[in-house]
Design a protein around this ligand. Structure first.
Ligand code: PHE
Length: 454
């Protein structure tokens, strides 16, 4: 058998894993779910979930992946031979598949907006008109489907080339640029009239309107932005050498992720409130607000275009990881088949994504459980599958695998002591599963009914 591929450098892995984590989740989804969930309270709960559940989970997926050195499905089998735990990997593969089916729709929207920016259509409008412009743009079935297809093709071309040449190279230069551009736009945002209202909205928690659904969304968001719960990071960590420090890698990713979500929030909410827009506009929020903010900058169109291109890169590096986990399981015994499998997966994902793509146009009125197809798939992936996956992984690691093996694995490349390890196991064994179960029960209304019994 061929030797399992590896990342080229320590930094290469961190950048690629951060590339998977940082994407639409922090930049597009965070502002709109925070906006719908009431701002500050959502942000605070999201932070708590990220630190207490997301961080240990990320380390957990790294440990599984590096120890097993194999694809997501076989990894569970390797750590626990003769068991059925590989179904966690199978659910992960399915989750990534479904995830990319609507993720690519939003990726397509970015591509369409790049084209609009180049054509000079994204400046000079009254501030409240950009939302309408965007609504019209994504209602067009032909162009949105084509753009979605282009997004998927870009993803496939890179993944088909293999881990090292493709993903690592692409991840290396886009990150710093994205942060710098966000920084510029945040400074402009914060100097808008009435900007402080937006800052308050994001940073000052107001628990009066907090609902069970908001808490569920914050939970889903914490896992979504870190790419945990679907074994994606298991796959990425399987390409790691033993000298990598898993803990500092995870910490770096957590910090980068929180920072970018914060920057996205600070870039958007001052504009939303200053321009008299609604924070709960939903998935269109960032597209409706940012062009108006960039319009307030000298050479705003140029900056907007640069931003959109980096935004697209961020979305692509996340998409790479989704396809990679699927392709890795399919090609484990046959690395030469990488190309055809990647293409096949891409085409299937496109087909499955068609109804999501049309949800903002011809299928806008078709709803199930009060949600459009797009919203439904997003909800299923973000708020059901990822937390359930995380629940299973936490149980698997803390109760089914030998502790000494876990400790040995975590120690490689790092200098942690028994104390850190015990703390991590405690989080994985109690805090992660119990929190997820409580949030689930709460969202189902079971908790309320139970409490009212007393
Ligand atoms: N973390 C990615 C983002 O924020 C999404 C993702 C989730 C990717 C789960 C892979 C697995 O855009």
């Amino acid at each position: 058998m061929e030797q399992h591929e590896q990342w080229n450098s320590k930094l290469g892995f961190v950048l690629a894993a951060a590339g998977s984590a940082i994407g639409l989740g922090a930049i597009w989804k965070f502002p709109y779910v925070a906006g719908t969930g009431g701002g500050g309270a959502f942000f605070l709960i999201f932070l708590l979930f990220t630190l207490l559940l997301g961080f240990p989970m990320l380390i957990g997926e790294f440990v599984i992946g590096r120890n097993a050195q194999s694809d997501a499905i076989s990894a569970y089998r390797k750590l626990k031979p003769n068991s059925n735990w590989s179904f966690v990997g199978k659910i992960g593969v399915f989750t990534n598949f479904l995830l990319l089916s609507f993720y690519s729709v939003v990726g397509g929207w970015i591509i369409l907006y790049i084209i609009e920016a180049v054509r000079g259509n994204l400046h000079g409008l009254p501030q409240d008109q950009y939302g309408q412009l965007f609504g019209e743009t994504i209602a067009n079935p032909i162009s949105t489907l084509l753009a979605q297809l282009v997004f998927i093709l870009l993803t496939i071309v890179v993944v088909a080339k293999g881990v090292q040449q493709g993903i690592e190279k692409a991840s290396k230069f886009m990150m710093p640029a994205l942060y710098i551009l966000f920084f510029i736009i945040v400074i402009r945002s914060l100097t808008l009239d009435g900007a402080m209202q937006g800052v308050e909205f994001l940073l000052v928690p107001d628990f009066t309107n907090l609902t069970s659904e908001t808490i569920l969304f914050a939970l889903g968001q914490a896992f979504f932005t870190l790419s945990v719960g679907a074994s994606t990071m298991v796959t990425y960590a399987s390409y790691l050498p033993k000298k990598q420090n898993l803990i500092t890698s995870a910490l770096a990713i957590i910090i980068m992720n929180i920072l970018i979500a914060l920057l996205a929030g600070l870039a958007i909410f001052p504009g939303v409130l200053s321009f008299g827009l609604e924070p709960n506009a939903g998935p269109v929020l960032i597209f409706a607000v940012l062009p108006a903010v960039f319009d307030q900058l000298q050479f705003g169109v140029v900056f907007l275009l640069a931003f959109l291109i980096l935004f697209l890169f961020a979305a692509l590096t996340s998409a790479f990881s989704m396809v990679e986990i699927i392709v890795a399981t399919l090609t484990k015994n046959n690395p030469k088949k990488r190309k055809p499998y990647t293409w096949m997966i891409g085409i299937l994902i496109f087909i499955v994504g068609i109804p999501s793509c049309l949800s903002y146009g011809v299928l806008a009125d078709v709803t199930l459980f009060n949600k459009t197809f797009f919203d439904l798939v997003d909800f299923l992936v973000s708020n059901i599958l990822l937390p359930s996956g995380a629940l299973l992984i936490s149980i698997f690691l803390s109760q089914r695998v030998s502790k000494s093996m876990l400790f040995e694995e975590l120690k490689q490349g790092s200098t942690i002591g028994k104390g850190f390890f015990t703390g991590w196991i405690f989080l994985m064994k109690y805090v992660v599963p119990i929190a997820i179960i409580i949030v689930f029960l709460d969202a189902l209304g079971v908790l309320d009914r139970f409490i009212s019994l007393f």
